[in-house]
Design a protein around this ligand. Structure first.
Ligand code: ADE
Length: 225
């Protein structure tokens, strides 16, 4: 998979790609990630990429031209399956979306800033809009990093234990059951006996039951679909 991230703050977003599972996926060549500094596409000598909004109002708006130039250049070099815009006024990211996106070959992610982008960018270039939650961040970079992490870990070969992505919370619309490790007794706080029993059928049953209980308690909305 190839991911191209368009941003005004490339340095802000690079770090999550330089560690752990995501770094390993890049090192193994399973995913390629490229960062594009939008200011490099400004024709303005001050590298300006935003301007005041028509009709008045506070906050700057990202201009269409640098974004058009950057996306057009990328599209002239390869085809893209989706061009994603990170913004709070969009459907919220969930595991189903991450699963779908992880199947794609090439995507562009545009990180918004300030008051957002000129609406014509959304109308003309963007094929998918994603929010990472009902709160406003200073920019789309952290959202783009979250989105990439959620996608990349699902690509076959990225996780060592392939089944571990399948048993994540949300994969079956349920939260994950509790997990324990050594010691089995910590200051009198004991691990449930069933997990030490060696009876794997019963352990599976216990985990399913706990997953259901947790979901009912914490996220009953997940059970509504
Ligand atoms: N940019 C600002 N807030 C955001 C959010 N909640 N999700 C995605 N991008 C954003």
């Amino acid at each position: 998979m190839r991911i191209d991230i368009i941003t005004v703050l490339p340095e802000l977003i690079k770090s999550p790609f330089e560690h752990s599972i995501i770094k390993r996926a890049i090192d193994k060549g399973i995913v390629e990630v490229y960062f594009h500094n939008l200011r490099d596409y400004s024709k303005n000598k001050y590298k300006q990429i935003d301007d005041t909004q028509f009709g008045g109002g506070s906050g700057m708006v990202m201009m269409i031209e640098p974004i058009d130039k950057c996306i057009s250049k990328l599209k002239s070099e390869q085809n893209y399956d989706e061009i994603v815009y990170m913004t709070p006024d969009a459907p919220t990211l969930n595991q189903a979306m991450a699963n779908q996106l992880s199947l794609l070959k090439n995507i562009i992610i545009l990180a918004g800033h300030y008051k957002g982008v000129d609406q014509r960018v959304r109308d003309l270039f963007i094929t998918k809009e994603i929010s990472i939650g009902d709160y406003v961040l200073s920019g789309g970079e952290l959202g783009a990093a979250v989105l990439c992490d959620s996608i990349i870990r699902l690509i076959p070969g990225v996780l060592n234990d392939e089944t571990s992505a399948l048993s994540d919370s949300f994969q079956d619309n349920l939260l994950a059951p509790p997990v324990y490790t050594r010691p089995s007794d910590y200051k009198g706080h004991k691990v449930p006996d069933i997990l030490l029993s060696g009876n794997f059928a019963k352990i599976d049953e216990w985990r399913s039951q706990k997953a259901m209980e947790r979901t009912q308690l914490i996220r009953p909305d997940l059970l509504e679909d």
